[in-house]
Design a protein around this ligand. Structure first.
Ligand code: CO
Length: 211
């Protein structure tokens, strides 16, 4: 095996031993049950380890990641994570967290062929088109990409709220709030974009599944 992978196994043994030294029942307890209150939907970017940046231990964060944190209403992978988190684990909050300097967002702004992923990034091209006026007024290309990253998070929060999963939960009176956050690689801090949705009155009537 490569040296890098050997290092991974060595680090894993050290980590597991340290956890048991600190708390002998640690893995036994975690093995028995997981009861996270948070679902994190974030970018796959290697610089955003979700548990680490918000100080959550194992068992405290249910996670779905993909390129540029897209929530697409026919993506059975993302929807399955959301459904399990909401219906079975009964998480209280869904956090969509994007980040400034997102390569996926930047790629979606360029006339450039990257491969299969261009089909995925089409969702972000749509967000760009919907906000064309605001974005074209921003001259600096990095600032424009960062604003699109924010708008993309907001669009994906809306997509979470429009799912049958979230609307069914609200309909049965389950408490569930969806949040739009963005992380800055440059300082390690998360900004709350202030979009906090916890009831169907906050979504457009065209998307409401219950009268
Ligand atoms: Co990214």
């Amino acid at each position: 095996m490569s040296r890098l992978l050997d290092e991974c196994f060595a680090a894993n043994r050290q980590w597991a031993a340290a956890a048991v030294a600190k708390d002998p029942g640690y893995f036994k307890r975690l093995e028995a049950i997981q009861r996270p209150e948070l679902l994190w939907i974030g970018c796959s970017d290697s610089r955003l380890p979700p548990n680490e940046i918000i100080g959550r231990a194992s068992g405290e964060l249910f996670v779905h990641r993909n390129v540029a944190n897209v929530v697409e209403h026919t993506d059975v992978n993302c929807l399955s994570v959301l459904q399990y988190a909401v219906d079975v684990l009964q998480v209280k909050h869904v956090i969509v967290c994007g980040h400034y300097g997102c390569g996926g967002v930047r790629a979606a702004m360029q006339a450039q062929r990257l491969g299969l992923i261009d089909n995925w990034l089409r969702h972000i091209r749509d967000v760009h088109l919907w906000n064309r006026e605001e974005l074209s007024a921003i001259e600096d290309p990095d600032a424009r990409a960062n604003r699109l990253a924010e708008l993309n998070v907001e669009a994906q929060v809306a997509n979470v709220c429009h799912t049958t999963i979230v609307q069914d939960a609200w309909q049965r009176g389950q408490s569930l709030t969806v949040h739009a956050w963005i992380y800055a690689l440059g300082d390690g801090l998360i900004r709350d974009l202030g979009m906090v949705i916890s009831s169907p009155d906050q979504i457009p009537p065209e998307y409401r599944l219950f009268a």
